[in-house]
Write a protein that binds this ligand. Structure first.
Ligand code: AMP
Length: 246
């Protein structure tokens, strides 16, 4: 079993549409962390037609939560991949108290723990609009929004030049409302769970995306530096260089 004691483990909490995926990608680039999105992993399982994907599909389409067992197994397998030794940012996991408990146990078996659970605080009313306008580039997965983040050249991806975009099947107003109900019933209790363990950080996530990113960076940077013990580590390491440039 690998030793993850110097591996930062961060969680982004928040309802659908709060910007977890967008912000996780930024943190991934800036701090060399690996974004672990159980939603993405489940969509891959659905596309690949695995037994887990087959069991998850109808639940996902309806806006409910996939069983803890399936999601925990998917996360456990992914966390064992060597790239996760760079540090992880969990996006969309945990979503229930049993998942949070399973995560603590899993991390403990690696000699690690959750270092911060960052709650992106938003108003529900705005989430339906935010989600209904979002879409991603088919080629590279870059995220866009009809109102808040359009490509520089209409219809062309800024990142890869692709011209095909896709919307998620569950990003329609009716399903989004059900996903918000699931969030409040099952996931919101995690805020108190992580507050109790002293790892909760709350962030107002209603404003400008760049300003939220900057505020998030201010929270994340000292945690990542501290966990990695970067000051004691070799200045030649890729990680140290990456953080020195921030
Ligand atoms: P997301 O991409 O995080 O919005 O997730 C899309 C859908 O995948 C959710 O609406 C759930 O049906 C399912 N899902 C993703 N992560 C979890 C999780 N941790 N627990 C249960 N269901 C999940």
């Amino acid at each position: 079993m690998r030793d993850y004691s110097n591996v930062p483990v961060l969680i982004l909490l928040g309802p659908p549409g709060a910007g977890k995926g967008t912000q996780a990608k930024v943190l991934e680039d800036q701090f060399g962390l690996v974004q672990l999105s159980t939603g993405d992993l489940l969509r891959q399982a659905v596309a690949a037609g695995t037994p887990a994907g087959k069991a998850a599909k109808s639940v996902m389409d309806s806006g409910g939560l996939v069983s803890d067992e399936i999601v925990i197994n998917i996360l456990r397998d992914r966390l064992a991949d060597p790239d996760c030794a760079a540090g992880v940012i969990l996006d969309g996991f945990p979503r229930t108290i049993p998942q949070a408990e399973a995560l603590s146990e899993l991390l403990a078996s690696y000699g690690s723990q959750v270092h911060a659970a960052i709650s992106l605080e938003v108003q529900d009313d705005a989430m339906v609009e935010r989600i209904s306008g979002r879409h991603t580039c088919d080629g590279c997965g870059e995220g866009y929004h009809e109102t808040f983040k359009r490509p520089v050249v209409d219809g062309t991806c800024d990142k890869c030049g692709g011209q095909k975009f896709r919307r998620r099947a569950d990003d329609n107003p009716e399903t989004v409302r059900r996903r918000l109900v699931a969030y409040h019933n099952e996931t919101a209790p995690l805020i108190a769970f992580y507050e109790k363990s002293g790892t909760l950080e709350a962030l107002d996530a209603m404003g400008d995306i760049a300003a939220i990113t900057e505020a998030l960076r201010q929270i994340v940077r000292p945690i990542v530096v501290d966990v990695r013990g970067v000051h004691a580590a070799s200045k030649n390491s890729k990680t140290a260089q990456m953080e020195e440039t921030q």
